[in-house]
Write a protein that binds this ligand. Structure first.
Ligand SMILES: Nc1nc2c(ncn2[C@@H]2O[C@H](COP(=O)(O)OP(=O)(O)O)[C@@H](O)[C@H]2O)c(=O)[nH]1
Ligand SMILES: [Mg+2]
Length: 255
């Protein structure tokens, strides 16, 4: 009864702004064994009162990820399959998802079940106060089940932070929410290329544009079915050259 008497300032702000629609962008490559569970998990994690759509942005996966989506969710207009055959790549898929989304708010997450849909209500709630909310493994309370990956990522994040001075602890997590208008106003060509390195570029430009960023603790789980597409050595090389390139661009163009 008491709860009915209170009108939360957060709720009033959100409803006045009409900020109650979210597009969840899921980049996929060979995730046929995970996509059904993930989409179902996302749907059941969307808080009451939010409109949603889920964009599965697939780079023509040979394992027929999009076929699974069509068979499982074909009748639901809120589940939007996007087939990409040109200019493929992880970061470019995320950009296409954001550009084709219709929600006021965007959530981006991996599709291999490492990013837990259970974090969605918290991301959306904190996103009513902060411009950019990043689900972090490294702030207090964050964690990652794969300990080796956790420690390697943590060490590499220190290197990244020395190089590009971001304010956050997890510069590679890639589980976040922000307003679509905010994201579309950023220099997209400077950000969305490559692989997980797009995330530190995104954080840099969000920070540089004066938007507020907050990390909230998130649990990164084990991948569901299938194999990671990451190659550690290649990542070390491309992420480091990516960070040095970003540093140069910042100096040259005062970005
Ligand atoms: N659209 C698209 N998604 C990709 C591509 N490579 C990886 N992904 C997706 O990106 C997410 C992270 O990839 P994953 O292989 O788990 O890499 P890891 O988390 O770094 O080990 C997963 O959802 C993949 O399906 C790609 O080239 N295109
Ligand atoms: Mg993964």
């Amino acid at each position: 009864m008491m709860a009915d008497l209170f009108f939360s300032p957060l709720e009033s702000r959100a409803s006045i702004l009409g900020d109650r629609s979210v597009s969840v962008v899921l980049p996929t490559y060979n995730e046929s064994g995970n996509i059904t569970r993930l989409v179902t998990g996302v749907v059941s994690s969307i808080p009451a009162g939010w409109d949603y759509q889920i964009l599965v942005v697939d780079d023509n996966s040979p394992d027929d990820t999009l076929g699974v989506v069509a068979r499982q969710f074909g009748g639901d207009p809120r589940i939007v399959p996007i087939l990409r055959t040109k200019d493929r790549g992880f970061a470019k898929s995320i950009r296409e998802g954001i550009e084709r989304a219709s929600g006021d708010r965007i959530i981006v997450m991996d599709s291999d079940l490492t990013h837990d849909p259970a974090e969605i209500p918290k991301l959306l709630h904190v996103g009513e106060i902060y411009d950019f909310v990043s689900g972090s493994r490294f702030c207090a309370g964050g964690r990652m089940v794969d300990t080796v990956h956790y420690l390697l990522s943590m060490g590499y994040n220190w290197v990244l932070r020395l190089l590009i001075r971001t304010q956050v602890q997890d510069n590679l997590g890639g589980y976040f929410t922000a307003r679509r208008s905010l994201l579309l106003g950023l220099p997209l060509d400077e950000i969305f290329f490559g692989y997980g390195d797009y995330y530190f570029r995104l954080l840099h430009f969000v920070q540089k544009s004066g938007f507020s960023i907050v990390e909230i603790p998130a649990a990164y789980l084990l991948r569901g079915n299938g194999k990671s597409k990451s190659n550690w050595l290649r990542m070390l090389f491309t992420y480091t050259t990516g960070a040095i390139r970003l540093k140069r661009r910042i100096r040259q163009l005062d970005l």
